[in-house]
Design a protein around this ligand. Sequence first.
Ligand SMILES: Cc1ncc(COP(=O)(O)O)c(C=O)c1O
Length: 460
Amino acid sequence: MLPSRPAIRRLLVPASMPRPTGPPVAPDTPVNTPARLSLISRHLAPDYPINTPYTVERLPRTIDTSLLPSSQTRRMSSQPEHPTLLIPGPIEFDDAVLQSMSHYSESHVGPGFVVTFGETLSMLRKLFQTTDPTAQPFIISGSGTLGWDLVAANLVEAGEDVLVLSSGYFSDGFADCLRVYGANVTELKAAPGTKPQLPEIEKALSEKKYKAITVTHVDTSTGVLSELKNLSALVHKVSPDTLILVDGVCSVACEEIDFDGWKLDGVVTASQKAIGCPAGLSISMFSGRAMKAFQSRKTPPSSYFASMKNWTHIMQNYEAKKPSYFATPSPQLIHALHTALTQILSRPVAERFALHKAASDRIKKAISDLGLKQVASNPNEQAHGMTAIYLPETVTQADILPKLAKKGVVFAGGIHKEIGTKYIRFGHMGVSVLDPRRGDVEKALDALENGLTECGYQKA
Ligand SMILES: Cc1ncc(COP(=O)(O)O)c(C=O)c1O
């Protein structure tokens, strides 16, 4: 059951939470540059090495501190001044979500926390739009990648076949993770900015019996959106026993997901993207069918921490408001997630998806008006929580990202191994699009237009 209205109010602005102290900061107060250094992510330094297996490596160079924000940063809330983080996750956080993390220390098996955790699990069912009592939510300390391990260690056994639909860097990562656990992976790869199409998926499914098919709902490396409803209908028609497992790390809470209606078997996600909670939680939902597949394994799960055997009864106990322990959860992060989900569910989720779509349409139009192309070229395959933008030929990431940073906007560089240096990524999820008073989208679009002009770009 959801908390009552006064309880929700208390949750959104908890009276016991310490407020930020210190004198208020005027909107244009210059930032103390060295002290701000820690706030700056690698996205401000596009030529800083990021050491990922699929990324075009960049030459190391010292961070130029003159790039750090000055009067261009604004105070958006009770948070300290900071550049507006518009990468595709982590995203900007709402004050109440952040303040929830200042909760006093409490026992992870104490009655207060058990209720909070239980309610959080129940709220996840609403976010995923499932009323099926056999569906099982999991919230485990870890990042989005842990969701891949949950799938690979529990739902697939060594030697079993998995079809991975690859639409970019993150789909490839999911495939790698499955291989680590011994799955026999077939990847259907698409050119950068596209996704595998239904006819080729149908062909692949009819050639071999797959235990599972994985799809990355939004591949954050390209901004390509995969369609789930028709895909699931196809899999149910051609290969009804195949489990349909979705990487929803960059889609849950900004793209529609009808878990029951579309007959999905698993969606894994993380706290730091459209859900709008700090990083550190692996969040997932598995169908009754997936849980049965897990229970009928011939071999034990091939992970200890990521074992559903260890976690399922813990989640069930918490949801039934009974204390339980396998490994210590992070109460502060769970409080933040509870607040974020309470906020999300205070309005119909369809409204939230529609607002993300409207903001995305506006952003994509502005980008096209600037004469720029998107990595995801087909409008039906474009994500609504991020946009991957090809740079003009005369402009590099090293030119534009620092200019954006000077204007107080943080975008991310490209990470697709074939085209990584040619594009930048603009994340538009959560409060940045849902709270128009912040002006984040306008600020970003202005910064992009002016930054490109400073780089010498003129629309043809
Ligand atoms: C689609 C997708 N899957 C998986 C991940 C991995 O998540 P994390 O970095 O939280 O481990 C990411 C991260 O950005 C992602 O975008």
